[in-house]
Structures are given as structure tokens and as C-alpha cells.
Design a protein around this ligand. Structure first.
Ligand SMILES: [Zn+2]
Length: 499
């Protein structure tokens, strides 16, 4: 079925969107949530399993303290209240990737609740309410083979890998976010970006969306102004920050076209299609009663000590928004300049380059200039461009020492990106160092004077501006490796003119 979608401007003029985000974060603990199995990504299928995470009869779970600590820290960073007493719950469902046929999760007693996260969108602060942060265990992974799409439909067989089953997983659920209008897709993206940065600053997860350690489900609904909120859909498989934004936008357009035609939105799970940017229906959404939640009888309640929670709170790192504000001040940047640093994904890179000894201005120049340009051209993230902050700082040291001029530095940087080694190695190996040996330069200057007698006469008669042509000639014979200022001084000196 193909339908023509309405224009986005028209949709937001007629409907009000309400969004909500559920984010799952795999914690970076060394062992799983309820057993001692290792958690590293990869590994032969079904080699990181034991009776507990396979749910074998008689095995008993024990909660991972590091995971509880990480969850409390996440809750504190998101301004949540931390429960003084709460329990794990059994979420019952039959699905091959969950060998116990239930998942240990939390239900009506989450560890953290009632918080918020402030995000900036277009210079405005938007406060996103956090309903809950709870702890649970991850499922295994199912692989459908034999079909063209990798989906179960059309597959000849399905394989299950339980290595991931039982890894500590934190679920962070926002409250519904109304009132963002046309900015709803951007707000959703800004929230996930900020949340990712917060989690990274806490060091609790490697937050890699592409590897699935940060996963996001996006809820979207539309309603007419002044009316009740509409029925929401939940879009899964949103694997990048860009996809978060696209998923909200595409779902708003789809729902508007259904509503415009007098249709009704069905509460369902939908899947985001990376290739088309559209959502497709999945299963219709289970309700809480389908899961027959009850308190997990194999685990004792969680009762984090108040003093311990206070200690964790006092030890929280500086959170990203405040950290960025401080850097902006230190670097002396306007809001607009800071925004371009953020957009380029260069904050940390510049910070590390400065830490390695470069001035903020020099660090910003290389990362936002030459390196951003190359990243855009080749379609890679700036952080993956192949140059490290230490190398950029080293390059600037060579420039400051007069060993490289701007043009040579760019050539050296190309070598760094191509993996030829450190800036010093490339400069030496390729013979790119500025020629500062006055003897060699004087010979080149005399040669240029001899080859251009007319220009030389002009300069002798006081037309100093003509020196540029001779400087250019010398730069050419030295393949750009002479220091232009020194050459100019030599030209004037040899011709008895005053600069
Ligand atoms: Zn295990």
C-alpha cells in the first residue's frame, strides 16, 4: 500500500505530537547481572553461559553489586529519587532468546524514579521528565538464517546465542513529553545524545548504539490541539542518533495520514527501517497484565544504605552540560562557535588536544578545519578520522617551532590521516621541514634575482611590493619548504632595499 504522506509543516500545524523514550543501556560490568559469566562483546556463540543465565533447574541468581551501584549513579545523575527498599520482579514471557522463560526485571518498585534531564535544542532548554530507571537482565540474540532479509519470515532455521543473556541492563523511561511541536524529532535526538554523554561521563557503559549497548525505543502519538493525547506507537530498532530523529518524524507523518483519512492509530510495536527511513508494523503491543509480573522469589529485596547513596552522589563527575559550559568559558568561545564545535562532534577531541599541549585556538583550527573537511568528504565520524589529539598537538608544536609552515603542516596531516606515522616521522621521512638554513636560501634567492633582472631593478629603486614575485619564485624552487618571511627579508637585504 502506498499513500502520499502529508507535508511535515502541515502536520505540525494541525496536530500536537507527544513523544516518549525508553532507552536500554548495557552496563559495562565485568560479569553478568546474576552470575559470574564474562560480558565482553563478541566471542563464540554460547561460550559465556552457566546454569544461572541458562536458567537450569536449581540454579539461583545473586545480584551484581557493581550493577546496582552503576544504576544508582545513573539515577542520581538524572536527578531521581533512589528507593530505600525495592524488589526485582519476574516478567513472564515465552521467547526463545530468554532461556528461563521469564526475565528478571523491576516493575512497580524501580530502583530510581521521578527525575529529569535538561537538554538544549536550538538554544532553548527543554526539561525531559524521567519516570523511572530500573535494572534488569538482557536477553540472548536470535539469528534467523536462510531467508533474504534476516527476519524470521522466510528463514529456514533460527539460531540462538545466549552470550548476551543475563548481562546487566538498565532501562531509562521518560515521562511523556508534550509541547515540543515541530521540534519533537530534534528534542528526541537531543535527549538521547545528552543521555549518552551522561552515561559516558559516568563510565557505566561504552554506549555504542551500533553494537547495541545503547538501544532506544521511541514512542510517538499525535492529538488535535486541546484534545486528549492520541494512541501511541512504539518504534524499535532505532540504532543511531540520526535514526531517532528520523523515526519520530516518519511516525508523525504516517499517523497524520492515517488520522487525516479518518482512520484510527493502533497501539503497536513498529520497526524502524534504516534504508527507507519509515516504520513498519511489528507485533501488537503486550500490556503489563500479559506479563504476569510478581516479586522475584529467588532474590532478596534491595535496600541501598542512605549513607552509601549520599557517598555516590557526592562522587558524581561533572555532568556533560556543565562540563561543556566550563570548556566554552575556558576556550573563550561564543555560543555560536561552541555550537559548531558540538555539531562537529569535536568537544572531546579539542579538549584532549589542549590537554596534550596545544592552545584551544590551534586545536579548534585543526579539528574544525582540515580534519572536519576530510571527515565530511569521506563520510566518517571526526573521532574515527585516523588522527589522534596527541598527533594534532605534536603537529602544532612543529608549526610553533617554525619547522612547518601552514601549507606543509596540512601535507603532514594528510600523512597522519593516511596512517604514515607521527607528524615528526612524516616530516622527516618525506623531507617536508621548512628550509631555514640561510646559506641554502641565499643561493635560491640569488638565483631568483638573476632570473628576474627587471623585478630586481624595481625593488632596488624602492618598489618593495615587487618583492612578492621573487619570494614566490623562491618558494617554488624550494617546493614550498622555505619560510616566506625569511625569504622576503633575504630578498630585500640582497637588493639593498628596506622592508
Ligand atoms: Zn552465567
Amino acid at each position: 500500500m502506498t499513500t502520499t504522506l502529508p507535508a511535515y509543516d502541515e502536520v505540525v500545524a494541525r496536530y500536537e505530537p507527544v513523544i516518549g523514550l525508553e532507552t536500554h543501556v548495557e552496563l559495562g560490568t565485568n560479569t553478568k547481572m546474576f552470575c559470574g559469566c564474562p560480558t565482553d562483546f563478541g566471542g563464540e556463540p554460547n561460550t559465556r553461559v552457566c546454569p544461572v543465565c541458562l536458567g537450569l533447574p536449581g540454579s539461583l541468581p545473586v545480584a551484581n553489586k557493581a550493577a546496582i551501584e552503576a544504576t544508582i549513579r545513573i539515577g542520581l545523575a538524572l536527578n531521581c529519587s533512589i528507593a530505600q527498599w525495592c524488589r526485582f520482579a519476574r516478567k513472564n514471557y515465552f521467547y526463545p532468546d530468554m532461556p528461563k522463560d521469564f526475565q528478571i526485571s523491576q516493575y512497580d518498585e524501580p530502583l530510581c524514579s521521578e527525575g529529569y534531564l535538561d537538554v538544549e535544542v536550538g538554544g532553548e532548554l527543554v526539561r525531559i521528565g524521567i519516570e523511572r530507571v530500573h535494572l534488569e537482565e538482557d536477553t540472548g540474540k536470535t539469528l534467523h538464517v536462510g531467508g533474504a532479509t534476516g527476519r524470521i519470515h522466510g528463514a529456514t532455521e533460527s539460531l540462538v546465542d545466549y552470550n548476551r543473556a543475563g548481562i546487566a541492563l538498565v532501562e531509562i523511561v521518560t515521562k511523556p513529553v508534550p509541547g515540543t511541536g515541530a521540534l519533537a524529532p530534534e528534542v528526541a535526538r537531543a535527549y538521547v545524545t545528552e543521555l549518552r554523554d551522561v552515561l559516558r561521563s559516568l563510565g557505566v557503559s561504552d554506549v555504542r548504539m551500533e553494537e547495541g549497548s545503547l538501544r532506544c525505543d521511541v514512542n510517538t502519538s499525535l492529538n488535535l490541539p486541546g484534545e486528549e493525547w492520541g494512541t501511541r506507537t512504539e518504534t524499535k530498532n532505532v540504532n543511531s542518533l540520526r535514526s531517532v530523529e528520523r523515526a519520530v518524524r516518519s511516525e508523525m507523518l504516517r499517523q497524520a495520514s492515517v488520522l487525516d483519512a479518518g482512520g484510527r492509530i493502533i497501539q503497536e510495536t513498529r520497526h524502524f527501517q534504516e534504508d527507507t527511513g519509515e516504520t513498519r508494523p511489528g507485533r501488537s503491543k503486550e500490556t503489563a497484565t500479559d506479563y504476569r509480573y510478581f516479586p522475584e522469589p529467588d532474590l532478596v529485596p534491595l535496600a541501598p544504605d542512605t549513607a552509601w547513596v549520599a557517598e555516590l552522589k557526592a562522587a558524581l563527575p561533572e555532568l556533560p552540560r556543565l562540563h561543556r559550559r566550563r570548556l566554552q568559558e575556558q576556550w573563550g568561545l561564543s555560543d555560536l562557535d561552541m555550537q559548531s564545535v558540538l555539531n562537529a562532534g569535536a568537544v572531546e577531541l579539542i579538549e584532549q588536544t589542549v590537554a596534550a599541549g596545544a592552545t584551544p585556538a590551534a586545536a579548534r583550527k585543526w579539528w574544525l578545519g582540515e580534519l572536519s573537511r576530510r571527515a565530511n568528504e569521506t563520510g566518517v565520524e571526526l573521532a574515527d578520522i585516523g588522527a589522534t589529539p596527541a598527533q594534532v598537538a605534536e603537529l602544532q608544536v612543529l608549526v610553533d617551532a617554525g619547522k612547518l609552515n601552514d601549507k606543509l603542516a596540512r601535507t603532514v596531516l594528510e600523512g597522519v590521516v593516511a596512517g604514515e606515522g607521527s607528524p615528526t616521522e612524516i616530516m622527516t621521512n618525506r623531507g617536508l621541514e621548512v628550509v631555514s638554513d640561510t646559506g641554502a636560501l641565499t643561493a635560491a634567492v640569488d638565483e631568483a634575482i638573476a632570473a628576474n633582472p627587471d623585478i630586481a631593478d624595481k625593488i632596488r629603486s624602492g618598489k618593495v611590493a615587487a618583492a612578492g614575485a621573487l619570494v614566490g619564485a623562491v618558494m617554488k624552487t624550494t617546493r614550498g619548504q622555505a619560510d616566506a618571511k625569511t625569504v622576503r627579508e633575504l630578498v630585500l637585504e640582497r637588493l639593498g632595499a628596506q622592508g
